[in-house]
Ligand binder design. Structure first.
Ligand SMILES: [Fe+2]
Ligand SMILES: [Fe+2]
Length: 203
């Protein structure tokens, strides 16, 4: 781990212990670990990745009413899909909790917490590794398509984000669940980003 203050990390771990069930804390620690590994591999800010990984699910177990109330207080524009499924707001609200409870002000860390579920067009490398680590940490299973995505994370971040979006979207379609428009925007942006990279490489 880099210089992520061990005191701050300890404080977050105590908070998580009081607010998240044990299996979810294990998921959080696996996300932190994978996000750091990917950040180091791609020469990104591993400290920011560690902080965002550890704090990405702070609001995961907030009740829907609390998520909606905090979103209103923060003047967030609610998409109809978020109104129907307030749980999706745990990413946006998690960033607010990180700021309020732990004094996090680094915009890279806060953005990575916000982006961990739906991603975002133009998201930076740290957001990409936290987004990928959340979907692909080892606890998500060992299916061959997940292992292929894990491999891709080390080869090409943009392509990995695009393919992971497709994987998630297919699952949502097959289970007839609502799809947040931002998930489509993320998929479209990273599809174009990975195509642009491929055409540069083959030029
Ligand atoms: Fe989450
Ligand atoms: Fe998560």
């Amino acid at each position: 781990m880099t210089s992520f203050s061990s005191r701050l990390r300890e404080q977050v771990l105590i908070w998580l212990d009081e607010n998240l069930p044990k299996p979810r804390i294990k998921h959080v620690l696996r996300v932190e670990k994978l996000a750091v590994e990917l950040a180091q591999h791609h020469k990104l800010d591993a400290e920011a990745a560690a902080q965002a990984g550890l704090m990405h699910d702070l609001a995961k177990y907030f009740q829907p009413e609390r998520l909606l109330q905090m979103a209103q207080q923060a003047n967030l524009n609610l998409d109809p899909v978020e109104a129907a499924h307030p749980h999706l707001l745990h990413a946006e609200i998690g960033a607010i909790v990180a700021e309020e409870e732990f004094g996090i002000t680094d915009p890279v860390v806060l953005a990575a917490i916000r982006n961990h579920t739906l991603g975002a067009a133009h998201m930076d490398g740290v957001s990409c590794v936290v987004f990928l680590a959340d979907s692909l940490e080892p606890g998500r299973g060992q299916q061959s398509d997940l292992n292929r995505l894990r491999q891709l994370c080390y080869e090409n971040l943009s392509h990995a984000v695009y393919e992971t979006c497709e994987y998630t979207l297919i699952q949502l379609l097959q289970s007839r669940k609502l799809i947040h428009p931002r998930a489509i925007c993320t998929r479209n942006w990273f599809l174009q980003a990975s195509q642009a990279l491929n055409s540069t490489l083959s030029a």
